[in-house]
Design a protein around this ligand. Structure first.
Ligand code: MTE
Ligand code: MO
Length: 506
């Protein structure tokens, strides 16, 4: 290894020690002291809205993994520079570690509920990182190398570097695992039995699912349900720790413990959630059977002031949504505690979240919900609205082709295509399909379950002759509105346009 390469590697090893030690020491302090999460959240917060949007659309559910990897790569690159710059008398690399540590502490302190004590793991990490850097770069080692002038000395230094790298990695992984195990609410969740509902959802007939075509299941399994949120580590909120405060423009402020929910009437609703970031043809839509309590009943306890028109809901990690009051007092909106017969999965909001039919998730579907403030649209602004998204987000009438897939080979002969269509709150009336530039033809619709759920469709076609073809789909809702062909970006209030797929008949 060249001297430069060895120094860069030394810098990376020192950074590994700093981050690993901070992570391991952090395990004793709890999630609020986790510098990795704090820095990641700060990066998310400081990232301009359009970039966040691009990341969600490009990486979808993997956005947070991509972010973590990107942050690690940036740290590694800076660390390599720190290793090269570090000199025995001019500790520029050490200064870089101190500067990075200061940023880390600032990120930790910027989080809700953090105190100075929570910066201790980061500070310990900084001290160990500097010690490691001094060790690999130290004059003593270099002198020895020069004096001995043997390949052994270089090898010894590589071993020191590798050893530090390994120590950093092992303590980092151990720290993450211990922190997760110590804070996890998965035990709390598995000990929770959903209440028996007084109003089960209407049974779902088999006819909602078209036959002979591999479409998404009408009810999405909890495992397959799309997931979108800004949480870098999934909030771990036990039922015991959960509280819901209802305040603002109300007759009387109410704080509910989880056990207080027993006084309300548990109900079940089938609701299709959709993300406003879903591009035309995208996958950010899923349908589930939700168990929960009518938000209207909860709000009635507090008594809603007639002058308020928005409910600002807040999650335990500080994310917010602004929902029109009437969407929450209508009786269809739920404080959901169950999803498809299971307690809410932790990543979908355990122990309680909002599920509001007809509205995109960013203005309604707050997970890990802890606060409902009755306010006004002219006074309060929620998370995504501050970043340029529309304050109100009714779901648009849209449709998608699932079969065939783009570029798929379709054998000549009879084939069945299909997909999904949605117009929550209005309901899908018809779906039409166009092959190449032909006439629009009616697709066969799966049974309609309710206006708040998506509708699956299929279309039989005779595939003839080899060559490329295009299929396009459009839906019409129960108001008679046919979805527009005009392409619009997801920003600021949801994508529009017809979905087309090009396939090849063989
Ligand atoms: N706490 C919290 N709740 C949130 C979000 C979030 O970032 N944080 N994202 C919202 C968005 S944009 C959507 S589309 C839905 C997605 O819900 P799901 O992950 O259960 O599918 O959650 C909403 N609730
Ligand atoms: Mo979303």
């Amino acid at each position: 290894m060249t001297t430069l390469g060895a120094r860069a590697a030394g810098g990376v090893a020192a950074a590994a020690v700093a981050v690993g030690v901070a992570q391991l020491v952090g395990a004793a302090f709890g999630p609020q002291a986790d510098v990795r999460t704090a820095v990641g959240s700060a990066v998310i917060q400081l990232t301009p809205g359009p970039v966040k949007e691009w990341a969600i659309q490009t990486f979808g559910t993997a956005d947070k993994l991509v972010l973590s990897v990107a942050v690690l790569l940036v740290i590694a690159a800076l660390a390599a520079v720190a290793g090269i710059l570090e000199g025995p008398r001019r500790p520029l690399g050490s200064a870089m570690i101190v500067a990075a540590g200061a940023l880390g502490c600032a990120a930790v302190l910027s989080r809700a509920g953090a105190t100075a004590v929570d910066t201790i793991p980061t500070l310990v990490g900084v001290v160990c990182g500097i010690a490691a850097l001094r060790l690999v770069i130290s004059r003593r080692l270099r002198d020895r190398e020069a004096a001995e002038d043997s390949p052994d000395a270089g090898r010894r230094r590589s071993l020191v570097t590798l050893g530090l790298l390994a120590a950093g990695a092992v303590s980092g992984v151990a720290g993450v695992v211990i922190t997760r195990l110590a804070s996890s609410v998965s035990g709390d969740r598995s000990a929770f039995a959903l209440p028996r509902v007084s109003q089960p959802a209407a049974p779902i007939p088999d006819t909602v699912q078209p036959k002979d075509v591999a479409l998404p299941s009408f009810v999405t399994s909890n495992e397959d349900f799309y997931r979108i949120d800004t949480a870098l580590t999934v909030p771990q909120l036990s039922r015991e720790a959960w509280q819901l405060r209802i305040h603002g423009m109300v007759d009387r402020e109410v704080t509910l413990r989880f056990s207080d929910l027993d006084r309300f009437d548990p109900v079940e609703r089938v609701v299709t959630l959709t993300c406003v970031s879903n591009p035309v043809g995208g996958e950010l839509i899923s349908n589930a059977v939700w168990t929960g309590y009518r938000v209207a009943d909860l709000l009635a306890e507090a008594g809603v002031d007639a002058g308020s028109d928005m409910v600002l809901s807040t999650s335990v990690d500080g994310w917010t949504a602004g929902t029109p009051v009437e969407a929450l007092t209508s009786g269809d909106a739920l404080l959901a505690i169950g999803m498809n017969g299971q307690p809410l999965p932790i990543e979908h909001g355990y122990p309680a979240r909002l599920v509001v039919p007809g509205l995109y998730g960013y203005v309604s579907a707050t997970k890990w919900l802890v606060d409902l403030e009755l306010t006004r649209f002219d006074r309060a602004e929620a998370y995504w609205t501050k970043l340029g998204w529309a304050p109100r987000g009714p779901i648009k009438t849209e449709s998608r082709i699932d079969v065939p897939r783009a570029g798929q080979d379709v054998p000549a002969g009879p084939v069945t295509f299909g997909g999904v269509a949605w117009a929550q709150h209005r309901g899908v009336r018809t779906v039409e399909v166009q092959i190449d530039d032909g006439d629009w033809q009616q697709a066969t619709l799966g049974a309609s379950y309710s206006n708040d759920t998506w509708r699956l469709w299929s279309f039989d076609w005779q595939a003839a002759g080899p060559g490329f073809h295009k299929i396009t789909v459009r839906a019409t809702d129960n108001t008679g509105y046919t979805q527009t062909p005009d392409r619009a970006d997801p920003v600021p209030d949801g994508a529009t346009g017809w979905h087309s797929i090009t396939f090849k008949v063989t």
